[in-house]
Write a protein that binds this ligand. Structure first.
Ligand SMILES: [Zn+2]
Length: 331
């Protein structure tokens, strides 16, 4: 565990980006390309440049791949142990949350009520008590999982700035760059609420990155479900998706055509789904039930995503276990 924690402290970031766009994920030409496309298609489909940005970061810092490989090995070991009944579920994990608000106008200085609405959505979604869970098709009901994670608002830090967009290079996470430094990111989930620009809704850092930049960034109008929010991303699900990445979950289509999301109980699917698809949506010979497009790790609208799977739960549990990348949250 020591080794892993040292590696985490030493590393650079890996980020996942989610944006309003119809970005083609076959385009391997990194985040900038995605950002440009996002800008052209703002307010259209949800999109995410997670893997493109991750690829860029791995080019910048080759040791990041080693750290993430190590985390993946640990996850596979954990999955095996759990399958053999040697790792029991540890009950509900409580994660303290620090919300860092950076604003250049009154709208962006979101209310305490809007902040609390996001915490409430996270708590429902990560405990499978969201009211729309009943919409899961019966074909997938056995895969539905309660991730047993609860989020408690620890503090809110607010800062006025003349900066109107913050980009995706973590400036918002650094006081030196005009942002707000994270508060003890080894024991608290830091969320930054600020305008990112380029049609980007938010982005998250996967386990394996630097503690100096660890956390999730979300635009104010996609944060929570009341106040300054913007449809169809006004139900707080951008944070559910991004916190999923922070907990080591991949996109459900595996960021490749009929790719692998490293979870066995989610069907292989061709690519991301947008809007609100009709069930079933069969791709990659995954009939009769088709894609699990109502999973939070797809790109569907906030109203049309409402479940995690058991395999996803196991992945998130692994990082909190002894030797896991976020084991420090359990101390
Ligand atoms: Zn994503």
């Amino acid at each position: 565990m020591k080794k892993i924690l040292q590696l985490i402290a030493f590393g650079t970031m890996s980020v996942a980006i989610i944006s309003c766009s119809d970005v083609s994920l076959d385009n391997s030409n990194a985040a900038l390309n995605s950002l440009n496309k996002s800008a052209r298609n703002e307010s259209k489909d949800r999109g995410c440049a997670a893997m493109e940005v991750l690829e860029e970061n791995m080019k910048d810092d080759p040791s990041l791949k080693d750290r993430m490989d190590e985390i993946e090995k640990h996850t596979k070991d954990y999955e095996k142990k759990q399958k053999n009944g040697r790792v029991g579920a540890t009950g509900t994990l409580i994660i303290p949350v620090v919300v860092n608000v950076l604003y250049s106008n009154a709208n962006e200085n979101i209310s305490d009520a809007q902040i609390q609405s996001q915490i409430d959505v996270l708590n429902k979604d990560f405990s499978a008590t969201n009211s729309d869970l009943s919409l899961v098709p019966s074909a997938f009901s056995s895969a539905v999982s309660n991730l047993e994670i609860q989020f408690v608002l620890s503090s809110v830090v607010r800062k006025s700035s003349t900066k109107t967009s913050w980009g995706t290079r973590d400036a918002m996470k650094s006081a030196k760059k005009g942002g707000i430094d994270p508060t003890t990111s080894t024991t608290k989930l830091n969320l930054w609420v600020c305008n990112i620009g380029g049609g980007i809704l938010g982005y998250a850092q996967f386990p394996g990155g630097s503690s100096a930049t660890d956390g999730v960034v979300i635009g104010p109008q996609y944060f929570g479900n009341t106040g300054f929010v913007s449809a169809p991303y006004d139900k707080g699900r951008t944070a559910t998706h991004e916190v999923g990445h922070w907990l080591n979950l991949r996109h459900i289509w595996g960021d490749a055509s009929c790719g692998n999301d490293l979870v066995s109980d989610t069907p292989t699917q061709q690519t991301s789904n947008f809007g609100c698809p009709a069930f079933p949506h069969v791709t990659c010979s995954n009939g009769p039930n088709g894609d699990m497009f109502m999973n939070y790790m797809d790109y569907t609208d906030d109203l049309c995503m409402y479940m995690f799977s058991g395999g996803q739960k196991t992945r998130t549990r692994a990082i909190f276990a002894v030797g896991g990348a976020r084991a420090s949250f359990n101390l």
